[in-house]
Design a protein around this ligand. Structure first.
Ligand code: AR6
Length: 170
């Protein structure tokens, strides 16, 4: 168990946290999945702000305001497309979590929620992604006291159980 990390079965757009993380693509101009849901809930002002960012490299992250969301900010990160796991995907996925956490820290964000980056359209196997997500967030919160709470927003029961099982082993 961990006092700062928790998994909830929820739609990430409903969470009242300082920032939610978006699983975006390199253009940062919206898409399907969680990206589409976040843009729909945040309103067109989010897309207008994203246009100013000029995209984002895989493994990196950029921040915007949350606009019509309950969350104050959105941290947009671009996960790797799964191509079998030997083309740097684990390092790139870990970099998404680290880059997002670093930006959160730089902006004084205390409460943050992550979706399962790369685990939808981009095809990353969920058990392996959960391992990376939990490891990176546990390491980061151990080193940085500012982050008080990190929520893993789970889309379904299977995802929730995978995260909870991993969190129990911390
Ligand atoms: N709340 C929480 N989790 C969600 C939600 C939601 N509202 N909606 C989906 N998920 P995906 P990716 C879960 O495909 O694999 C977009 O088109 C979903 O079940 O959203 O990183 C972008 O523009 C899955 O486990 O992101 C990119 O082109 C996880 O979120 C591409 O998809 C991520 O699935 C990125 O693909």
């Amino acid at each position: 168990m961990h006092d700062k990390l928790e998994a909830l079965q929820t739609d990430i757009v409903t969470l009242k946290v300082d920032a939610i993380v978006n699983a975006a693509n390199n253009t940062l101009l919206g898409g399907g999945g969680v990206d589409g849901a976040i843009h729909r809930a945040a309103g067109p002002e989010l897309l207008a702000e994203c246009r100013l960012l000029k995209g984002c490299l895989t493994g990196q992250a950029k921040i915007t305001r949350g606009h019509r969301l309950a969350a104050g900010h959105v941290i947009h990160t671009v996960g790797p497309v799964w191509r079998g796991g030997n083309l740097g995907e684990p390092e790139q996925l870990a970099s998404c979590y680290r880059s997002s956490l670093k930006i959160a820290l730089d902006h004084g964000i205390r409460t943050l929620a992550f979706p399962a980056i790369s685990c939808g359209v981009y095809g990353y196997p969920l058990p392996q992604a959960v391992e990376i997500a939990v490891r990176e967030c546990a390491d980061f919160t151990a080193a940085e006291a500012t982050l008080e709470r990190i929520v893993f927003a789970c889309f379904d029961r299977n995802m929730l159980e995978l995260y909870r099982a991993r969190l129990w082993r911390l």
